[in-house]
Each structure stands twice: as C-alpha cells, then as structure tokens.
Design a protein around this ligand. Structure first.
Ligand code: SAM
Length: 175
C-alpha cells in the first residue's frame, strides 16, 4: 500500500517489485490523471486523516497490507508554524492507520519531517515493530528535515509495547 501516492512514481516501482502475483493500492487526496495503466496496481482518491479509509482501500487490496509505504506530505503554506502543525497532524493520522491497514509481521516505511512532535511519534511507531532504522534518501534536498523511518515486523495491535512517557520539561529529582 502506498499512502500519499500522487503522481505515482513509487507506485510504478512497487508494482514492478511485487510482480504480477502481487497487488499495490495507492491513496492520495489528488487523483492520478491519466490513471497509471498497470494491471497489478490501483489508486484511489482518499484522505489519510479519514479513520474509515480502510473501508475504501482494503477491499481493493484483498486484505491487510504486507508493506505500507508513506511519502505523504501536506502542501506548504509558507508559514512555518502552520506547516509544522499540518505535518505533525498528518504523521499522527498515518500512525493511526497502521493497525487498520497493516498485517501482523508487516513492514512500514514512512517519511518524517523532523520536529519535536515528530520525534515523539517516531518513538511510538518504533515500539509497534520488532526492528526499525532511520534512512536518508540521496534525493533529499540539502538542509531538509526529511528522513524516512523503516520499521520491520509489525507487532500487531494487541502486542504493541507502550512507549515510555516523555520526561516532563521541568521535572527534577526532588520529591
Ligand atoms: C511527495 S508527494 C508523493 C510522491 C509519490 N511518492 C510519488 O512517488 O509519486 C506527497 C503526496 O502526499 C499527499 N497527501 C498529503 N496529505 C494527504 C492526505 N491527508 N491524504 C492523502 N494524501 C495526502 C499529497 O497530495 C501529495 O501528492
């Protein structure tokens, strides 16, 4: 499954990688037009912030995904605080999609635009998987906060280890 798939570059690579016996479904707010004419690949218009997205995409995939790719990023407004809030909200929405879309044992690659809240979500996501690492793409612009978190072996909704609470900013050792 490819979340934030428009205009379809990753879909083309994913569909070639899974081959004719595999299936790839992409989701984006924007329609791929003209559609990619690839037999093992479909794309739908949908919102990653919609908790009912699974009802739209799982029937197309035929079940939970073995791998989720997510390169989604909100449109930039140019106002840093607004952009950061939009990025954080989207990342949290994508995190909420994991138990709805990914099969136990499945893998997850997600773009992270770094910031304090994103680091908290990053830590939470890592706890849901057996192994995880950060990957930097050679295509990322110099100075960009973009990185990818690659997490392998989803523990499943019931087997997720809770992330330890964040230390409070003004916490001291005193009683
Ligand atoms: C960098 S592009 C993805 C490029 C894609 N990986 C490719 O290879 O062609 C990011 C995409 O995320 C999508 N996006 C951002 N927020 C979204 C949301 N809430 N729901 C669905 N798609 C979203 C945007 O519409 C945009 O097309």
């Amino acid at each position: 499954m490819d979340l934030g798939c428009w205009p379809g570059g990753w879909l083309q690579v994913a569909s070639a990688t899974v081959g004719p016996k595999g299936k790839v479904v992409g989701v984006d707010k924007a329609a791929i037009d003209p559609p990619l004419e690839i037999p093992n690949c479909e794309s739908v218009v949908g919102d990653l912030e919609d908790p009912k997205l699974c009802e739209q995409v799982l029937p197309l995939l035929g079940g939970l995904a073995g791998l989720i790719l997510c390169d989604a990023a909100p449109k930039l407004t140019g106002v840093r605080a607004v952009d950061r809030a939009n990025e954080e909200r989207l990342l949290e929405a994508v995190e909420m999609q994991i138990p709805l879309l990914l099969q136990e044992g499945g893998d997850f690659l997600v773009k992270i635009l770094d910031g304090p809240e994103a680091q908290i979500v990053d830590r939470r996501i890592r706890m849901k998987f057996r192994a995880a690492k950060t990957v930097k793409s050679k295509a990322t612009r110099k100075g960009s906060t973009e990185r990818y978190l690659f997490a392998k072996g989803y523990r499943g909704a019931k087997d997720t280890i809770e992330a330890p609470p964040e230390p409070e900013a003004d916490a001291t050792d005193e009683p």
